[in-house]
Design a protein around this ligand. Structure first.
Ligand SMILES: Nc1ncnc2c1ncn2[C@@H]1O[C@H](COP(=O)(O)OP(=O)(O)OP(=O)(O)O)[C@@H](O)[C@H]1O
Ligand SMILES: [Mg+2]
Length: 258
């Protein structure tokens, strides 16, 4: 049974159809990548999967019973879907630990409302958040930066910090939007190992990435988008040998370098 089922999803902005009648299924336990040229609709898809945008049409089902459409981002996070962003979204003047604990508050939000009345519960949540944050930082090899101010850290470390924050919500599905963008070869290799480690820990990964070397090495399956529609879907080997994918990316006008 699929962890995530997307059916007939459509989203337009004015005259631009960013996602058009898109359907796919993500089985649990895989690294599943979504690739496509700039403007193909990848981030728009993530924005719908995480409750930031509401689709014009279509359905998103998570773990069979969870209907994503119509929920707010914090409700989607509570269902078990968390994400990172294409552009770093970080509190640069806060510590590494606090940046990750901010993520946990998505999960403990209802508790915050009763802060004034039920102090022990808040303390428990604070302890739990700290524990989840520390575990997430350990998975991302960020233990040694825990007390440092985020703004003092190199870009490659901040990309991992964003992932730690998303992991601290204890998701079943992690959406990663271009985690290797701007990374050098060494950092990209480290990112590949991290993605695999996350998947091996039982979290299904939905990956958007332009680095085709990384995508083909780390993915179990790949979905190719073109103008918001499904061009192809399959294993990395199937995708690399797919005539439509080669034509769209390599033939004639080179829109995108494999
Ligand atoms: N909030 C918005 N308002 C208007 N148009 C938008 C909005 N978000 C996305 N679009 C348009 O939708 C299309 C898909 O954009 P999207 O950002 O999803 O592409 P992408 O595949 O993530 O591209 P990239 O690889 O460059 O990140 C583009 O034509 C874009 O201009
Ligand atoms: Mg994008």
């Amino acid at each position: 049974m699929a962890l995530l089922e997307v059916e007939a999803l459509t989203k337009s902005f004015g005259g631009v159809t960013a996602i058009a009648d898109l359907g796919f299924e993500v089985p649990e336990g895989l690294v599943y990548s979504v690739i496509g040229p700039n403007g193909a609709g990848k981030t728009t898809l993530f924005n719908m999967l995480s409750g930031i945008y509401r689709p014009d049409e279509g359905s998103i089902r998570f773990m069979d019973q969870g209907v994503v459409v119509g929920r707010q981002p914090h409700q989607v996070a509570a269902l078990g879907i968390s994400r990172t962003f294409q552009n770093l979204q970080m509190f640069f003047n806060m510590s590494v630990l606090d940046n990750v604990m901010v993520g946990c508050h998505l999960r403990t939000r209802t508790g915050l409302f009763s802060a004034a009345l039920r102090l022990p519960r808040i303390k428990r949540e604070e302890m739990l958040s700290r524990q989840w944050a520390q575990e997430a930082l350990a998975i991302c090899n960020l233990d040694k930066f825990i007390g440092q101010e985020a703004g003092s850290l190199p870009y490659g470390v901040l990309k991992r910090l964003e992932i730690a924050r998303a992991l601290a919500v204890q998701p079943r599905l992690l959406l990663m939007d271009e985690p290797a963008a701007g990374l050098n070869d060494t950092e990209t290799l480290e990112m590949r190992k991290l993605i695999r480690r996350i998947c091996d820990s039982g979290i299904t990964v939905l990956l958007v990435e332009h680095n085709m070397g990384l995508v083909m090495q780390v993915s179990d399956r790949v979905l190719v988008l073109d103008y918001g529609s499904r061009l192809a879907e399959g294993t990395p080997v199937e995708i690399q040998n797919d005539r439509r994918v080669i034509e769209a990316y390599l033939g004639g006008e080179v829109r995108y370098a494999l």
